[in-house]
Structure formats: C-alpha cells, structure tokens
Design a protein around this ligand. Structure first.
Ligand code: NAP
Ligand code: 8YV
Length: 300
C-alpha cells in the first residue's frame, strides 16, 4: 500500500500490514479486530469470510476486478475505488503511448543511443497520427478525457460502449467490430470483466485492418494476446501499444519479440502526483466511512 495512505490511516486507526495471501496467519483476535481493508491485491470470498467484522474494502485503483464486489455486497461490506483522481494522468499516458507507437519514439531513442545516427538519419516512420480516425472502446471517464485530447489533435472520434453516452456527440457504434471497421486506431479503456474478456480478438483485429493501430490502456484480459501477436506478425494490423497484459508482470515471449509493438509496465496512473491523490482517496474513503457512515466513492 502507498505510504501516504498508510500514514493517513495510522493517524486514526491501528494499522496492520498483511502480505497478499497471508491473512490466515493472523490470530483469530487480530482477524476479529479488522473492520476496514485498504488494498490493491486480490480480495476473494475466502478473504472476506476470514474477517467477520469487516465493513469496508478500499481498493487502490479505479478498476476493482481484483475484489469480489458481488460477494462483499452480499456480506454488507462496502467496496470503494479511486475514480476521477487518475483520469487525466491515464489519458495523458494513453496519448503518449499512441504517439510512441506511430512515431516510434522509443525505437528512435535506442537508435540514437546505439550510435547509429552517426551513420544515417533515423528512417521515416511508416505510421503517423495524421489522417487517422480514432475509435474509443469505453466512453467512460478516461475514455472521454482521451477523446478530448485527441479532438484537439484534429482527429475524428467514434466510440463503442454498451449504450450511447448522453451528451456525447461522437458517432456511436453498437458493436465493437463495427467500430473497429469504421476506424483505423482503436483505443481500449474498458474494465476487465466477463463481458469485455477477449473481445479484442482475431475478428476485431481483422476489422481494424492493415493500417490499424491498437492501444490497450484498460485491462490485459480484454485482448486475446495470441490473436494480437498473430495480427502484428502477419500485418493484419500495423502496430500496437499495450500498457496492460493478461498475466502481469509476466510478458509472453511472442509479444516481446515483436518490433511493431510498444510495451509499458502498467504505468497509466503511475506518477508520484497521481498515486498520492489515489492514496488520499483510499484513506479518505475509510475515514469517511467510520466518521459518517458513508464512503466517498463506493462502487455501487
Ligand atoms: P468508467 O468511467 O466506468 O468507464 C468504463 C467504460 O467502459 C464505460 O463507458 C462503460 O460503458 C464501458 N464498458 C464497460 N463494460 C463494457 C462492455 N462490456 N462493452 C462495452 N463497453 C463497456 O471507468 P474509467 O474510470 O474510465 O476506467 C476505465 C478502466 O480503465 C478501469 O476499469 C481500469 O480497468 C482501466 N484503467 C487502467 C489504468 C492503467 O494504469 N492502465 C489506470 C486506470 C484505469 P457501459 O457501462 O455503458 O458499457
Ligand atoms: C493502478 C489502475 O496502477 O486504477 C486502475 O484501475 O489500473 C491503475 O491506476 C492500479 O490499480 C494500482 O494497483
């Protein structure tokens, strides 16, 4: 847990640190004393059952698929997440990753550092942002912040989510495949759920096409990584950028070996500034719950 969350909580509560998977090592009286949990580890039904007096789980992150929120709800345990405070940072990172993919910034820097510039200028990039059309998969808080930025780049935007978003004028596509067919740049910023798992698959990538660029900033589970590797190797799409992977921090070898793929280690919100804001919200949710009986950002 972030130090700032720990120090805020320690001012008002007795804080016990538990390593992931080691809850059962607490004594029964220690487990009975636990009334709130701040976490970014997996919290399943078994974990919740081990803490009979638990009232609140404050998840460090806006995506809270690591917590069994349905079971928590059944047990009257409130689950909170960290929306909004990270939205602009993650949108910034997404645009950075997209620019890196099309203008090859990482590769160009490697070229310079390895001394090759002395021999010849870096080759012109095949891809560009110019004339691209953007499809956003998940027009939620972060999706809208990405759209605002890319609109300022002069690019047309369209989107898919399960329903049109009120007040959003961008063209809406009822299916992800229809969106992929209509654009050449697909940005995924949906949560990792049973309904989004593997939805960016061979069919979606084929629809995106040979000039296609995929950026995944949402969750790794959304992309069928084998299908993506095939698509990048065979030219079904042109390039991709992934900030999230199915089995983090493990990176499949077949992805590591691809030249037209930029990989970043889940850094969407990872600045000191934004992680501190997230930590504050984690702690304030717990503090508010015990002071007022209401959390600030419950997930339901
Ligand atoms: P949000 O406001 O809840 O937006 C989620 C969007 O996804 C909504 O537009 C939702 O619309 C859509 N969606 C959900 N299920 C869908 C489905 N089955 N098919 C189509 N669209 C679907 O959440 P947010 O704050 O923007 O965050 C989005 C996600 O980004 C998080 O859950 C997290 O996984 C990820 N994230 C990643 C990083 C990183 O560091 N890489 C950082 C922060 C967040 P409908 O419900 O109308 O379909
Ligand atoms: C964090 C994220 O890196 O908020 C999210 O959903 O993916 C990121 O902001 C992560 O949750 C921290 O564990």
């Amino acid at each position: 847990m972030h130090e700032h969350a720990k120090s805020m909580l320690a001012q008002q509560f007795r804080v016990v640190e538990i390593e992931e998977g080691r809850l059962a090592e607490l004594t029964e009286s220690e487990r009975l004393a636990v009334r709130g949990v701040a976490s970014h580890a997996r919290i399943d039904a078994h974990f919740i059952d081990l803490l009979p007096n638990l009232e609140i789980i404050a998840n460090f992150g806006v995506g809270y698929e690591a917590v069994d929120a349905d079971y928590a709800h059944k047990k009257n345990v409130v689950v909170t997440n960290t929306p909004d405070v990270l939205t602009e940072e993650v949108a910034d990172t997404t645009v950075g990753l997209l620019l890196n993919v099309v203008r090859e910034l990482s590769k160009a820097e490697q070229y310079l550092r390895s001394g090759k510039w002395m021999a010849a200028p870096y080759p012109l990039t095949r891809l560009t942002l110019r004339d691209r059309s953007i499809g956003i998969y998940g027009m939620g808080r972060i999706g809208r912040a990405i759209a605002r930025r890319l609109e300022a780049f002069g690019l047309p935007i369209a989107y898919h989510s399960r329903r049109p978003v009120e007040g959003i004028q961008y063209p809406y596509y009822e299916t992800l495949v229809d969106l992929a067919r209509a654009v050449d740049t697909l940005i995924s910023i949906v949560p990792g759920t049973a309904t989004t798992a593997n939805t960016i698959n061979a069919e979606t990538l084929k629809a995106l096409g040979g000039n296609g660029v995929l950026i995944n900033m949402g969750r790794g589970i959304v992309v069928d990584e084998r299908a993506l590797a095939d698509a990048l190797r065979t030219g079904t799409i042109a390039a991709a950028g992934l900030d999230v992977l199915q089995s983090e921090p493990n990176v499949p070898y077949e992805l590591l070996s691809l030249d037209n793929l930029v990989l970043t280690p889940h850094i969407g919100s990872a600045s000191e500034h934004t992680r501190t804001r997230m930590a504050e919200l984690v702690a304030n949710n717990i503090i508010s719950w015990f002071e007022t009986g209401a959390a600030i950002t419950p997930v339901r």
